[in-house]
Write a protein that binds this ligand. Structure first.
Ligand code: FE2
Length: 306
């Protein structure tokens, strides 16, 4: 039996009390409306995926994640492992879906969704830095405004029992370890997990499970075009008076330039760009808490991010 292997994360699913407030905030954050009903809001990035964030009307709460299985063979492999047959997906984008429940009771949806055409990105700005002058007789003209989100890159979920959740996600989605975080030798807090796509390099992490003992949503992170977009987006969010959570900085583990914001319901969403990519043969490592919360530059993680 082929072990199932996920291709990427697809979306995060919430319940929030005010869909209008959510849409306004997420528009400033750089997501665009994909679909809206009386009691649900779907928001998308620019990469052609039907949606990357969805919420249903209700008391604020994290419901779960969507996981992109990539192709029919992998969705069928998951169906064979779980005994759950793929169903027709009635949500925007359609396709097929297998609904599962993870060890902490979150709904994890394995999906196969046809993507639309990706948006055309603004051209890359040539840089004149101290090493090299690449832009001559031309201005740098990156777009102003919100950091247009390209895609959902990863989610971080706090779990009751790290080893139990790790085993579940690895066996259902073929995730592999990039970095395991040790509080002390042998005392593991959690791990950055990535998708196994063989020789095709993937994000340093797609899912980070943190064994806090108290299950819940930690944050979700959206890739933006580049550093100019991230910085432009930071100023838009600041001007709108939105609540800033952490950054701007560059992570040590994963290397992303990051900027974290708190949405109106208390959920933390991150902008990032320029992250590490690893192929499946890249060896896992053990890292310290200092490496996790520290930065190459920028502030270390505030206590409320833990
Ligand atoms: Fe993150």
């Amino acid at each position: 039996m082929t072990p199932p292997r996920a291709k990427d994360i697809a979306y995060v699913r919430f319940q929030v009390p005010d869909l209008d407030a959510a849409e306004k905030w997420l528009s400033d954050f750089g997501l665009a409306r994909a679909s809206r009903t009386e009691d649900a809001l779907y928001m998308k990035g620019g990469n052609g995926a039907p949606f990357a964030w969805v919420a249903h009307k209700g008391e604020a709460r994290f419901l779960g994640l969507g996981v992109d299985m990539g192709d029919d063979a992998m969705l069928d492999a998951l169906a064979a492992k779980t005994g759950v047959a793929p169903a027709t997906n009635a949500e925007p984008g359609g396709g097929k879906i297998i609904r599962l429940t993870d060890p902490d009771g979150f709904t994890i949806e394995a999906v196969l969704r046809p993507h639309g055409a990706p948006e055309t990105l603004p051209p890359r700005q040539k840089l004149n830095d101290a090493r090299e002058k690449a832009r001559l007789n031309a201005q740098s003209a990156p777009p102003n405004g919100p950091a247009r989100v390209w895609r959902l890159g990863h989610a971080v979920v706090n779990v009751t029992d790290f080893r139990k959740s790790e085993a579940w996600y690895k066996s259902h989605f073929g995730l592999i370890t990039s970095d395991e975080i040790e509080l002390a030798p042998g005392a593991t807090l959690g791990a950055f997990l990535r998708c196994d796509q063989g020789t095709r390099p993937v994000d340093h992490h797609t899912l980070f499970l943190v064994g806090t003992g108290k299950p819940g949503f930690n944050h979700a992170a959206f890739e933006v075009t580049d550093a100019d977009a991230l910085l432009s987006g930071h100023h838009v969010m600041k001007e709108k008076g939105h609540s800033h959570a952490w950054g701007i900085g560059r992570h040590i583990l994963g290397s992303q330039i990051f900027d974290y914001w708190r949405d109106p319901f208390g959920f933390t969403l991150e902008h990032w760009t320029d992250g590490d990519l690893f192929s499946a043969d890249h060896a896992p490592s053990k890292q310290s808490l200092e490496q996790l919360i520290g930065t190459r530059w920028g502030p270390t993680a505030p206590a409320h991010m833990a």
